[in-house]
Design a protein around this ligand. Structure first.
Ligand code: UDP
Length: 369
């Protein structure tokens, strides 16, 4: 067990600054984990793109801000695409700083779903831990993750078992779930609110299927999230009756949870192997049951009939049936599930157990791939 105070370097996503929404769920994961780790007395250096902010202050956290161009995200490239690093990219700069500071720390944790930090793990003598935030969206990423698993299996962790199944791993995957600050989400017991959907507005998130449910039930659908793909968003608006979607924008957590908490259900309709599904757990934290496709993370977060319903992927009729039955789910069950499984404190403890396992392992001597 780790019982000393650790000094940890956390390297943020290079897709956007923390607070921009471009990084998707990873942004909240980092913020929540930092809060969980400092509540247990650990010290953090956060290395993040310029503009990043934390919604709290602590003398246990130091932030190093790095200027540079955002990396393109892997989920919007072809599986066979090569590694791409734009001129003046923030990614190598984040890692130059991390390597400079590494010898002052017990471990470095990488939150970027990108090739460079994984490759650095093979050639640098420092312990870099990787919390993998997506399923295998690219062949070269799949290859490097498999190589790291062969060399340093305990330096990789995943959010869910289903996500990890996308990769060829040497040992059983380390699953750390995710975690959220309990104080930020208020339980709302009112049952008869509107239907909601939340996430990045991008094809892999399948917003159109939730719109079909709202249309069938002749209701509005409240939608929160960053419009990442404008063409896709307007195509949905033009295909379905205008006015079904009530766009609520990308809100900070306090406002997001307040509005989300008034929903009677959240509909979650991923079209890819969703690694986790932050918005599912955030809804449950507010007492909102979730109806989701049984694909990737949602299948491990929703206990069918207890905190929501699972439906076969792309089964619109199944979504409609589940939505009509949503009053069978007790809102209190949803909050209870969250408090037991997904607070940032339990998440931080799972992450510390992972680090402990990796720090106990000697760095493998065979560097060959
Ligand atoms: N989100 C937010 N404000 C909003 C809507 C969404 O901050 O108005 C955040 C939400 O808290 C979550 C993230 O957007 O952390 C979406 O993450 P998720 O894991 O659901 O999907 P990803 O974008 O990572 O694929």
């Amino acid at each position: 067990m780790i019982n000393k105070q650790l000094k940890l370097i956390l390297v943020s996503t290079p897709i956007g600054y923390l607070g921009s929404g471009k990084g998707g769920g990873v942004e909240l994961t980092i913020v929540s984990l930092i809060k969980g780790l400092i509540s247990l007395g650990h010290e953090i250096i956060l290395i993040a793109p310029k503009g990043s902010k934390l919604p709290f202050e602590s003398e246990l956290v130091e932030i190093r801000l790095i200027d540079g161009i955002d990396q393109p995200s892997w989920q919007h490239q072809k599986k066979t695409d090569p590694v791409l690093i734009p001129s003046n990219s923030v990614l190598p700069k984040l890692w130059e700083t991390a390597i400079d500071l590494a010898n002052q720390s017990d471990a470095v944790i990488n939150f970027a779903y990108d090739w460079l930090p994984l490759w650095l793990t093979k050639i640098q003598g420092i312990k870099i831990f990787h919390l993998i935030s997506m399923g295998a969206e690219s062949i070269i990423m799949k290859e490097i993750i498999s190589q790291i698993s062969q060399l340093y299996p305990f330096q990789l962790a995943f959010h869910t078992a289903r996500q990890s199944q996308d990769y060829s791993l040497k040992t059983d995957p380390i699953i750390v779930g995710n975690g959220f600050d309990m104080e930020n989400y208020l339980f709302n017991e009112k049952e008869n609110g509107p239907l909601g959907w939340a996430g990045r507005i991008a094809p892999e998130k399948g917003l159109e299927d939730a719109v079909k449910v709202a249309k069938d039930l002749d209701e509005k659908l409240l939608v929160w999230g960053l419009i990442e793909d404008k063409e896709y968003a307007s195509e949905i608006e033009n295909t379905y009756t205008k006015g079904i979607i009530e766009w609520r924008g990308f809100l900070p957590t306090n406002k997001f949870q307040e509005q989300l908490g008034r929903c009677r259900a959240l509909i979650n309709t991923p079209k890819w192997n969703e690694a986790y599904g932050n918005v599912i757990v955030e809804a449950m934290a507010c007492g909102v049951p979730v109806i989701a496709y049984d694909l990737g993370g949602p299948g491990e977060l929703i206990e069918d009939g207890f905190n929501g319903f699972l439906v076969n992927p792309n089964d619109i009729k199944g979504l409609i049936k589940a939505t009509k039955s949503i009053s069978e789910i007790k809102r209190r069950n949803c909050r209870d599930w969250f408090e037991k499984k997904a607070t940032n404190k339990v998440f931080a403890e799972r992450v510390l157990n992972w680090l402990n396992k990796g720090l106990d392992t000697k760095i493998s001597a065979d560097f060959q791939n």
